[in-house]
Design a protein around this ligand. Structure first.
Ligand SMILES: C[S@@+](CC[C@H](N)C(=O)[O-])C[C@H]1O[C@@H](n2cnc3c(N)ncnc32)[C@H](O)[C@@H]1O
Length: 251
């Protein structure tokens, strides 16, 4: 029987992680303990923000500057709110796409309980090394691309992605992939920066444009999810952040 309660020894991945991958995906384990499914050469960054997240300074700048600032002015949902919006029950499996330094993944792992599992996927090795430092025993990490997820179909009960799809050249491709790996009846949570009003919204829009990220309209993610077969879609937005929860309709 698979034991989720003890951490994998340093430099190894949890034994339950590899079976979630598609059979044809070659994966090697990194010294930090995440599974790497991408080729060795550097991944191209589509914009300024992603150049930063791929760099060695990315995790430190994100944790000490960007995340506190966004929390202060944008009030994005934390892991507790996300777990509740995803209806994460003990024993559930959850995927965090673009997990960055793993703060949210670790919170979701706690919400999923000893019998549950949380997987954080990111394209940035420095971010994953930081995530490995806060990993919980029931947490696995994968270096991969959100637009071509390495997982089998319908292996997760819930999928979460915060502050990630706006960086991508094609957010719809990533949403399609997240839908594929989610089981019917499973829940998704997508958090993005949005075009709000007021001073906060204006400053956020300039910062977003400088970073090269896309700003979404308050209901834009909902409109992207509907044709992918989601129901029970609900979005709420403030001047800076839009959060959308939805359920993948039963087959
Ligand atoms: C702004 S950070 C957000 C981190 C985390 N989700 C959070 O909210 O704290 C965006 C993350 O998305 C990752 N990312 C960007 N493009 C990606 C891609 N194509 N596939 C996987 N991760 C990606 C970046 O490396 C970075 O760690």
């Amino acid at each position: 029987m698979i034991d989720n309660t003890r951490p994998a020894p340093p430099g190894t991945e949890p034994e339950w992680l590899r079976p979630l991958l598609k059979p044809d995906v070659p994966a090697r384990v990194s010294s930090a303990g995440y599974l790497d499914v991408l080729p060795d050469h550097d991944v191209a960054a589509p914009n300024r923000s992603q150049s930063l997240w791929l760099s060695g300074l990315g995790p430190r700048i994100y944790l000490s500057l960007v995340q506190p600032l966004v929390r202060l002015v944008g009030a994005p949902p934390g892991p507790g709110a996300l777990a509740s919006g995803l209806r994460l029950a003990p024993g559930a499996s959850v995927l965090d796409v673009g997990c960055g330094p793993g703060v949210i993944t670790a919170g979701l792992a706690e919400a999923a309980g000893r019998e549950g599992r949380a997987v954080g996927l990111d394209v940035s090795a420095p971010m994953l090394r930081q995530a490995a430092a806060v990993a919980r025993p029931n947490m696995g990490l994968v270096r991969g691309d959100a637009q071509d997820l390495p997982f089998r179909d319908a292996v997760f009960d819930a999928v979460c992605s915060t502050a990630m799809i706006m960086i991508l050249p094609d957010p719809s491709a990533a949403l399609t992939e997240m839908t594929r790996v989610l089981r019917p009846g499973g829940r998704i949570a997508i958090v993005v920066p949005c075009r709000g009003g007021g001073l906060v919204g204006t400053i956020g829009a300039y910062a977003g444009r400088f970073a090269g990220g896309r700003m979404f309209g308050p209901d834009e993610v909902a409109a992207l999810l509907e044709p992918l077969g989601f129901d029970l879609i609900r979005s709420h937005a403030n001047d800076m952040i839009s959060t959308t929860y939805a359920r993948k309709a039963d087959a």
